[in-house]
Design a protein around this ligand. Structure first.
Ligand code: SAH
Ligand code: DHB
Ligand code: MG
Length: 223
């Protein structure tokens, strides 16, 4: 019953505020055809990411966890003409689906999909002294969020923003007796956010077409 209500309200929000979009629809359809799990952000969450990137004036965006490129399309569309999105994905088949979806959306020149374990790819970007990013979206395996945070901070400009998906695990993150690896990783992630005095963070739980979940939002001090 709750899920039905959340679906109906998300449908209303999307009907009111989102335009029909062939490239985004095709991205979801081709992801489904390729057998990818439907764990992409919802349409209205995608537009939230897009708006956050716009508000941040992001010219360089880093995404950890590409899947079929659905959130990447939303984020890349927030970039100015010569902007860049780098998105990290461990699964080469997912990356192929994402590249095709990004090309169909006309975004292939702005986006590079990097295949490999994200910690290794992040270390590679750090070692290569890649230009700093304005916004990072963390959305890969939850157990590794602490490592993604630690490495992302080395790639983020002062005043940069980190948005992290799926920080609630249906409330299990708040249960100190829960030692599932995702939950443990997320609790450690929160304690890192709390302890780093350069960071200002909040987290918000959400309900909607993707169930009960949440995201966190962090800003790195510009001092
Ligand atoms: N951001 C996407 C959803 C990402 S789902 C969207 O909203 O459209 C999480 C993705 O992270 C999956 O595609 C999974 O293969 C990838 N992933 C999982 N572990 C990873 C790792 N260690 N390194 C890089 N990617 C990983
Ligand atoms: C999962 C991963 C996600 O990024 C998400 O948005 C929802 C679920 C998962 O691994 O279960
Ligand atoms: Mg997610």
């Amino acid at each position: 019953m709750d899920q039905d209500n959340w679906d109906a309200l998300d449908q209303f929000f999307c009907d009111q505020l989102l335009q029909p979009d062939l490239a985004l629809d095709a991205a979801l359809e081709s992801s489904e055809m390729a057998g990818l799990r439907a764990i992409n952000v919802s349409p209205n969450q995608g537009k939230l990411l897009h708006l956050l990137a716009k508000m941040q004036g992001a010219r360089r965006i880093l995404e950890i966890g590409t899947l079929g490129g659905y959130s990447a399309i939303w984020l890349a569309r927030a970039l100015p003409p010569h902007g860049t999105l780098v998105t990290l994905e461990i699964d080469a088949d997912n990356a192929d689906v994402a590249r095709a979806n990004l090309a169909r959306a006309g975004l292939d020149s702005m986006v590079s999909v990097v295949v490999g374990a994200a910690t290794e790819s992040l270390k590679g970007l750090i070692d290569a002294r890649t230009a700093p990013f304005d916004l990072v979206f963390i959305d890969a395996d939850k157990k590794a969020y602490p490592e993604y945070l630690r490495l992302s901070l080395q790639l983020l400009r002062p005043g940069g923003v980190i948005v992290s998906d799926n920080v609630s695990r249906r409330g299990r993150v708040a249960d100190p007796q829960n030692f599932e690896e995702d939950v443990v990783g997320l609790r450690r992630f929160f304690s890192m956010l709390a302890q780093d005095t350069r960071l200002t963070s909040t987290a918000v739980q959400t309900v909607g077409s993707k169930g009960w979940d949440g995201f966190s939002l962090t800003r790195l001090s510009s001092e």
